[in-house]
Design a protein around this ligand. Sequence first.
Ligand SMILES: [Zn+2]
Length: 592
Amino acid sequence: MARRDRALDPCYSSLTRKAIPTMAHSTKRTVLLVAAIGLAAFHERLRAEDELEQRWVYLAMNLQVADNVPKATDVIRRAAAAGYNGVVLADYKLNILDRVPDHYRAHAEQVKRLCAELRMELIPTVAPIGYSDGLLAHNPNLAEGLPVRDAPFVVRDGAAVLAARPDPLIPGGGFERSDGDAVEGWDMQDGPGSLSFADAHARHSGGRALRWERKEPGDYQNARVAKAFRVAPRRQFHASVWIKTAGFEAAQDVRLFAMGADGRVLSHANLGVQRDQDWTEHHVVFNSLDNETVRLYCGTWGLRGGRLWMDDVACEETALVNLVRRTGCPLRIQTSDNRDLVEGRDFAELSDPKMGRVPYEGSFDVYHEPPAIRILPGSRIENGAALRVSFFHTLTIYDQQVCCCLAEPDVFRIIEEQVRNVERLFGPRWYFLSHDEIRVANWCDACRRDGRSAGHLLADNMRQCVAAIRRVNPTARLCVWSDMFDPNHNASAAPFYLVNGDLTGSWEGLPRDMWIINWNSGKAAASLSWFRDRGHAQVLAGYYDADPARITDWLDVARRERAGAAGVMYTTWRQDYSNIEAFAGHAWGPNK
Ligand SMILES: [Zn+2]
């Protein structure tokens, strides 16, 4: 699973990409270390390295593909030779073992036998809480739903449609009128005449587009337009922009998003703009939450070389896109005199057939045409009648990440079934819970039922996930990513993406014997000591597609903090295994 998005969000600093000064050569390192810290401390250091009980490699691989089996074999053999003793298998197919073809099981058996032969622990990942597509493949309606309250609909020709707004929310979206290069209808435009230009030559529609181009040297300049407008709280909106580029170096950083009055970003889609592309439409969807005013931004925070044109920026209220239907996400349609319409009698059964199913089960898109509400003939609802529609919808984050509900009972039923299937396949001694980057949470009625904070909700989710695993395998060792349980990382009182409320306290759901896969190298001392004080053993998820020598500094911090770091994991998000030997050399030396 790609975690490119960990470095992309302009609103939250990345904790993992901070460069730490390193020394490249281990001999040089040894000499310098002995000189610097003295012999006694050096021996202590050697003991610390000797105590790296778990030495793992993170293998994200789809074993259904025959060509991947020799690749996995190669990684595992090389890792074993370099002194690793475990392989974490992150394979999406572990979520859907009930529907994989027979050859998948044959491939998995080969990997299992190889691990046994090489005495490598095989550690499967389960419980996809956060990146939940594997769970949602079983039921897309388990996605977390954000609430929409009283969206205004009107009945026309046997269907209820969203009542149109009289005025466009972005009147200057076509960039047709300007004073020189200063375009009309926007509250803010960076660098009119120096970075942004009204362009009559390249446009998507009408007479002009807005062109962004750096005329003077200087990198990473802001290149944005923004417009604030009034909205009703708890409604769904669709924004879009047409974009064309020519050698545009900041293509990956082009963003379109809405921000609430309190500064919370309401949409986090990666637009996927290419360095060179012809006119292409890009979409985002957001919920206004409690805001009565939102500000729409379009542009980049890192203008570099090349040119970008934008045209026909639009924003409109929408409804029922990625409509979630389940007990915790009730649909309610009422008349203007507060009469509830009955599904199946007044209106046809309503669902969004494209929600979580296109192009495959468990995959969601940012925007598509929403389903229509069909009024049934016997309903007595007349043409022109005004209706209020309340419902829940889900949202994608970055590249189609969708989070499942943390509380709906079916989530735990599916996880238990997943663990049962993985247990039959591998009979592992470890399970790796995948709680990670939970960015949408605590909105639906199932989550809000007991009025818990987001942190307490997550703590209870963890307890239930552990219980589900324990019912299948009462003695397996368990581990989980650190971020959602670390107050120095994502588990804080500060607003976190689209999580409703405070995430502190999430850690109360961790059993003491849960191992923490710590990836907070950016705040290493605080994070390591936090989990140390709570009695957890820790594995440092190092490498992260950067200098393999960085692990030595992190291990030094662990030693200083007496954090009992009992393991390291070679962690790559690019399937780059070229440095597994170098990483091993830095973490525990060549002769482990
Ligand atoms: Zn929920």
